[in-house]
Design a protein around this ligand. Structure first.
Ligand code: PGA
Length: 252
């Protein structure tokens, strides 16, 4: 049985004060949740205060990105050592916004995935096609390229600690969610691919999240699919109430 993981990706939002207020509210709303793993990914500037606020709660800390070196002359970058030190357990890697605006490639994603694993954290590796790629019938080809490229060189043991987030780019921040069937089709494809690349057992253990315009209204339908093991939530994670409703999808 795979434990669902629902993570909030706050992107470039929330000052320290706002971030702490959000998690203080969220903590109360999800205190009774047991069978869903919950994580929040604040911006780097809010990681420390959010980590303090989350102590003793059932919410885990995630970062939105990382550099692959441990330390050194890399102005502006944040290392996996620093994230681990703050108590991060998850790191989002290869989000489509990073691929689109910051030149992230499969190769940099792969280096980051390995750096996160090397430091005992778990990467949430994002993959997904753009609208024109879907319309050209290239969804599986693009997803396969992201999965194979991002996971190159991992052992089975390492792979079991990776979370994959399937996020169709056309569904991110657009209000246009993939239907549960559209998402399931790609999730199943990813799991079959993992079985080929690693083993059937490993593929069965890896969690594959869906992301893209998740809301309290559509989460239950997505979670009902056999290969959807959670969600990576952007916009709807910026408010405690909507994120808590998504985390408690089983009540809907
Ligand atoms: P969204 O973002 O929920 O606002 O569509 C999801 C994501 O980019 O992780």
């Amino acid at each position: 049985m795979r434990m669902p993981l629902i993570a909030g990706n706050w992107k470039m939002n929330k000052t320290v004060g706002e971030a702490v207020q959000l998690v203080e509210e969220l903590k109360k709303l999800v205190a009774d949740v047991k069978d869903v793993e919950i994580a929040v990914a604040p911006p780097f500037t809010a990681l420390y205060p959010v980590a303090q606020a989350l102590k003793g709660s059932n919410i885990k800390l995630a970062a939105q990105d990382v550099f692959w070196e441990d330390s050194g002359a890399y102005t502006g970058e944040i290392s996996p050592v620093m994230l681990k030190d703050l108590g991060c357990q998850y790191v989002i890697v290869g989000h489509s916004e990073r691929r689109q605006y910051f030149g992230e490639t499969n190769e940099t994603v792969n280096r980051k995935v390995k750096a996160v694993l090397r430091h005992g954290m778990r990467p949430i590796m994002c993959v997904g096609e753009k609208l024109e790629e879907r319309e050209a019938g290239k969804t599986m080809e693009v997803v396969k390229d992201h999965v194979v490229g991002g996971l190159e060189g991992l052992s089975e043991e390492e792979m079991e600690r990776v979370v994959i987030a399937y996020e169709p780019v056309w569904a991110i921040g657009t209000g246009r969610t993939a239907t549960p069937q559209q998402a399931q089709e790609v999730h199943q494809f990813i799991r079959e691919l993992l079985a080929e690349m690693f083993s059937k057992e490993t593929a069965e253990r890896v969690r594959i999240q869906y992301g893209g315009s998740i809301k309290p209204e559509n989460i239950a339908g997505l979670m009902a699919q056999p290969d959807i093991d959670g969600g990576l939530v952007g916009g709807a994670s910026l408010q405690a109430e909507s994120f808590a409703k998504i985390v408690k999808f089983y009540e809907r």
